[in-house]
Design a protein around this ligand. Structure first.
Ligand code: UTP
Length: 299
């Protein structure tokens, strides 16, 4: 069974309230980590995994995101005239040559599940990836590339998972884990944002998914879950028994850039990782566990 994943959905219609006032006029996904905005890191990860259709679920207030991926004739003209070809290449903003871009709007931030549902027409009838740009994973092989390789054998729905501190389960979709085979966990159930006492495990979903298009039908019921939002986790749980559902323990260090300390740590780790590319290999990667320890105190 071969399941090609060509399309990727970026839900970027949230309000980013934890970063106010920085996110009042600048979308959270446009905040830079080192030298490029969060959303460009996500696009590059998807392109490296073989995706060539990039679907942005955005909001009319967040025009800057699509602008970042649009042609910039004013820059092109000047850079061309000055013979600055390296800088010209940067204007491509990480998109592959054959990229197709689609933008759909989510009028109100009704939840991640609703944002994904807004992409239903662009997604059509094929498996698709979802990347939440504020979760960054630092590893030589991108998290989505790792997942695509697994998905080719699995089909159904696949989510990236990691063990989180027990006292943080209320921030995540948490697994009721079944059989574990290497890096894959069969999922028996899911609970969105459980209190630590009610959490079936400490294995949590992070912002990477590969989904079967059948999720759209379940999402169209608009059932509200935790926090009064339409949650993709509830849909994935509803489809257990109809579609395989697996968690994948990815390689690499994750940074939650949706909060301030995680965002700062990502900047440090990714900057050092880029410096590593110049000869000090592994600097950013080695820093990961240390930062994680320090961050834990401040999160
Ligand atoms: P978050 O839960 O981090 O919410 O969403 P947020 O609005 O971005 O940030 P805070 O909590 O107010 O600070 C995770 C991702 O899902 C998208 C967000 O844009 C972000 O990329 N999202 C969330 C949507 O696109 N629509 C929604 O209704 C909710």
């Amino acid at each position: 069974m071969t399941q090609t994943v060509r399309k990727v959905v970026f839900p970027v219609a949230g309000l980013g309230t934890r970063f106010l006032p920085a996110t009042k006029a600048v979308p959270k996904e446009m905040l830079p980590v080192v030298d490029r905005p969060l959303i460009q890191w996500a696009v590059e990860e998807a392109a490296a995994a073989g995706c060539n259709e990039f679907i942005f679920v955005s909001s009319p207030h967040k025009r800057a995101i699509l602008e970042h991926f649009s042609p910039a004739p004013a820059y092109e003209e000047v850079l061309e005239a000055r013979g600055k070809h390296d800088e010209m290449a940067l204007l491509q903003a990480g998109l592959p040559e054959n990229a197709k871009i689609t933008e759909v709007f989510q009028d109100k931030p009704l939840g991640l599940g609703h944002a994904i549902w807004c992409a239903r027409e662009a997604v059509g009838d094929e498996p698709f990836a979802v990347i939440l740009p504020d979760d960054m994973v630092l590893h030589g092989t991108g998290c989505l590339s790792q997942m695509v390789e697994q998905y080719e054998q699995l089909g159904g729905n696949l989510v990236a998972i990691e063990a989180v501190p027990h006292d943080q389960t209320q921030r995540y979709g948490v697994l009721d884990p079944g059989a574990e085979t290497g890096t894959l966990v069969a999922i028996k159930g899911l609970v969105e944002k459980p209190a630590p006492a009610d959490a079936p495990s400490n294995l949590a979903i992070i912002g990477r998914y590969i989904l079967d298009p059948q999720v759209m039908e379940d999402l169209s019921a608009f059932n509200k879950g935790a926090g009064g939002e339409i949650q993709i986790t509830d849909t994935l749980a509803n489809l257990i028994g109809k579609l395989p559902l697996h968690g994948y323990k990815f390689q690499g260090q994750r940074y939650d850039c949706g909060n301030r300390v995680g965002f700062l740590a990502a900047n440090l780790a990714f900057a050092l990782s880029q410096a590593g590319a110049g000869g000090q290999s592994g600097l950013g990667e080695n820093l990961g566990p240390v930062l994680r320890d320090i961050m834990g105190t401040y999160l």
